[in-house]
Design a protein around this ligand. Structure first.
Ligand code: PMP
Length: 427
């Protein structure tokens, strides 16, 4: 049993010693002390079904024994910086990761986070092309350092950041966007930005295939191929931010971009890659990778032995336990159930996403699409009481984000839907 400080004691310390801007879910935040696969346990030993997976960071399940074993064994033997010496764990994972990517995407750079991965990707695109302008999508999230906060396009996450050479394109938002699901029409905005907002040449584009923080918004079909075309004609590189949509989560494919039939020039990843431990990566072609030669690009801990040993175990678990297939089967079932719930409850405006990356947008008026901001908070609190943890996001904070560990079962999905249905019925 847990004998540490209580939730209220931790909260007191947090108020005094931690950033005032940290956010937490729930009026009385949960004090989580244990995790096992798709379950989390609080200080009283109460079990919760985890449908948010720590913002999609947990892919093969909390404390998966194979991953824990790999990390512990490596840490017992040696844990040090990534640079300066050789270590097989780093090379082994780079090789295994490169094998998961198409085409010539074969050179891996390790980082500690998604932010760092995207910062590096943006810098490489600028160095490689010799141009400065970057296009990203409104409603996208890419990180919290100078460059990535600049390309992030939601005021909620932006401070007074300098963002020269950044252009935010019309979001191909299939629910609220002016062109509905016609991806090619939205893509014209990118061509307009290039024609009217730049010298006609750009460094590149950065985009998520399914916007995570932005409320599980899958880019309209046809958008990415058309936009990749415009960017490449303007001399730019295409960066796929797979921090949330990568690593088997979408079920139909291993990477989010694959569902859009494109091959990026640079792919960035983090979160699920380490099943909860800090590691990120940039994968690109040998030709683009060369831009970092001649100077030293240095990252003390990016891809250190303990993290890469753990991440290699993650890849093996995904294969061994057929987690991509599971994400497809369970995710499709869950999406169907949520879609039927929409027939029953007026408050559900939209159900979307793929595999185990699903979104449920709540509105108080289906015609006006008025965000149901207060209602979503109420439902989240009630679902927590019923033992289900779920995320939320979107610009208005009115979209449920369902991104559980990929070991989620059909029974788990039914339990989640039951809890949501019950709560909505009681409102
Ligand atoms: N890209 C995407 C798509 C993300 O969702 C996030 C994190 N929410 C990041 C980048 C930044 O990752 P990190 O928080 O690890 O820096």
């Amino acid at each position: 049993p847990y004998t540490g400080p209580s939730a209220s004691e931790i909260l007191e310390k947090r108020k005094e010693y931690l950033s005032p801007s940290i956010l937490h879910l729930y009026k009385n935040p949960l004090n989580l002390v244990d995790g096992k696969m798709q379950y989390l346990y609080d200080e009283n030993g109460r079990r919760y079904l985890d449908a948010f997976g720590g913002i999609a960071t947990v892919c093969c399940g909390h404390c998966h024994p194979d991953v824990v074993e790999a990390i512990v064994n490596q840490t017992r033997r040696l844990q040090h910086s990534t640079v300066l010496y050789l270590h097989h764990a780093i090379a082994d994972f780079a090789e295994a990761l490169a094998a998961k990517l198409p085409g010539d995407l074969k050179v891996v750079f390790f980082t500690n986070s998604g932010t760092e991965a995207n910062e590096l990707a943006l810098m490489m695109a600028r160095l490689y092309t010799g141009f400065h302008d970057i296009i990203s999508l409104r409603n996208g999230y890419h990180g919290n350092a100078a460059g990535t906060m600049g390309v992030t396009a939601q005021s909620n996450f932006k401070f007074n950041v300098v963002q020269t050479g950044v252009h935010h394109a019309l979001n191909p938002d299939q629910y609220r966007g002016v062109f509905g699901s016609d991806g090619v029409k939205y893509a014209r905005d990118v061509q307009d930005i290039i024609d009217y907002g730049t010298c006609g040449r750009v460094a590149g584009l950065i985009a998520e295939a399914i916007q995570g923080v932005g409320g599980i918004m899958e880019l309209a079909p046809g958008y990415l191929p058309a936009v990749y075309n415009c960017i490449r004609k303007a001399g730019g590189l295409c960066i796929a931010d797979e921090v949330q949509s990568g690593f088997a989560r979408i079920g139909s494919h291993f990477w989010g971009f694959e569902a859009h039939d494109v091959v990026p020039d640079i792919v960035t990843m983090a979160k699920g890659i380490g099943n909860g431990i800090p590691i990120g990566a940039v994968v690109t072609t040998p030709e683009i990778a060369k831009v970092l030669m001649g100077r030293t690009y240095f990252n003390t801990f990016g891809g250190n032995p303990a993290c890469t040993a753990g991440a290699l175990a993650v890849l093996k678990v995904i294969e061994k336990e057929k987690l991509q297939e599971n994400a497809f089967v369970v995710g499709s079932h869950l999406k169907e159930c949520l879609t039927s719930l929409k027939e029953k409850h007026e408050i559900i405006g939209d159900v979307r996403g793929r595999g185990l990356m699903l979104g449920v947008e709540l509105v108080t008026d289906r015609q006006l699409k008025t965000p149901a901001k207060a209602e979503i908070l109420h439902i989240m609190e009630q679902m927590r009481e019923l033992g289900v943890l779920i995320g939320k996001g979107g610009f208005h904070g009115n979209v449920f984000r369902i991104t559980p560990p990929l070991c989620f079962t059909k029974e788990d999905a039914d339990f989640l839907v039951g809890a949501m249905d019950y709560t909505m019925s009681k409102m």
